[in-house]
Design a protein around this ligand. Structure first.
Ligand code: FES
Length: 334
């Protein structure tokens, strides 16, 4: 039987299994509380137990002293519940609360997911963890001093491997390498997490999420996090591509559609062939056609700058205040 865990001051409630740390339970449910090492050495996750008892785990006196335990403090990456718990910790709701790190990463897996898209799975050293908000990105640091930014497609709960979706770009030095020379076990360096494209948790407004191409990557992380939280905010997700074969993760999308009645998916192809029977054209036109009054939404938009700017303008014309429009505009990294 799981224990009930209440996080204050947010009041979020969740289940915490008896063999699960408080941090694991929070991340599993999509709530971001501070952490770094996840192995009891950095003290980033130290917080207060307001009520209930915990097994403190194997922690060193210098990281969590007996006096601190007596005061009610615990390391949430180590502590497991022995009863229902109420804890006090400030949930991370802003990028500025997260430490930006420069880390090495090993290429753990490369998967072809669409004709011109590869999913790259990176493993960071076991002594490190990367805290981030779903939707943020990392910069791959190249030897010549240049950088390539890619959104994280996974959730922090699922951070054993960092997942990037890489679009092949003609003449692209880095993406060309990803599609030809890169092998599993190769080592990269990156800096992150970066950016302010993440879900504003304090809002209860319905969500309008729009992606073109690999702009799906951060939206995937955001959606998985919302589903994990048990959020019931209605979600309308529009994904536009040029050709139907550019869509990927078909079975995941189908699973979300059958599992979550509040999730509505519209896929749009701008250059359809005879096989495509769904909507055609550009996401911007489709969204405005479907929502002539967009004033009630929070909109999250990720894709080419032209689409992001035109859709943002059109949504404002449709009554959506700009403070409810969050966007990640990118040109494909080369
Ligand atoms: Fe480092 Fe818990 S995250 S001690």
């Amino acid at each position: 039987m799981p224990y009930r865990l209440t996080i204050e001051p947010s009041g979020h409630e969740l289940d915490c299994d008896s063999d699960e740390t408080i941090l694991e339970a929070a991340l599993r449910h999509g709530f971001n509380i501070p952490y770094s090492c996840r192995n009891g050495t950095c003290a980033t996750c130290k917080g207060r137990i307001l009520s209930g008892t915990v097994d403190y785990g194997d922690v060193e006196e210098k990281v969590l002293s007996d006096a601190e335990k007596a005061e009610g403090l615990a390391l949430f990456c180590q502590a497991m519940p022995l009863s229902d718990l109420k804890i006090e910790v400030r949930e991370i709701g802003a990028a500025k609360d997260i430490q930006i790190k420069t880390l090495p990463a090993r290429v753990a897996k490369i998967e072809d997911v669409a004709p011109d898209v590869r999913a790259l799975f990176l493993k960071i050293p076991s002594t490190e963890r990367l805290q981030f908000l779903p939707g943020q990105y990392i910069d791959i640091l190249l030897k010549d001093g240049s950088r390539r930014g890619f959104s994280l497609a996974n959730t922090p709960n699922d951070d054993a491997l960092l997942e990037l979706h890489i679009k092949k770009v003609a003449g692209g030095a880095f993406t060309g390498h990803v599609f030809s020379g890169m092998k599993e076990k190769d080592i990269l360096r990156f800096e992150g997490p970066l950016g302010t494209f993440f879900i504003r948790q304090e809002s209860t407004r319905p969500l309008l999420m729009v992606a073109t191409g690999t702009g799906f990557a951060p939206i995937k992380g955001m959606l998985e996090s919302l589903f994990a939280q048990g959020s019931i905010r209605p979600i309308h997700f529009y994904w536009g591509v040029r050709h139907a074969e550019d869509f990927y993760y078909e079975s995941l999308l189908q699973q979300w559609q059958s599992q979550y009645s509040h999730f509505n998916l519209t896929k749009i192809v701008s250059q359809p062939d005879d096989q495509w029977s769904g909507p055609t054209g550009y996401v911007t036109e489709q969204v405005v056609y479907d929502f002539p009054d967009a004033s009630a939404f929070d909109a999250y938009i990720c894709g080419h700058p032209d689409m992001v700017f035109s859709l943002s303008a059109v949504l404002e014309q449709a009554g959506l205040d700009s403070e409810h429009i969050f966007a990640d505009a990118f040109v494909f990294a080369k």
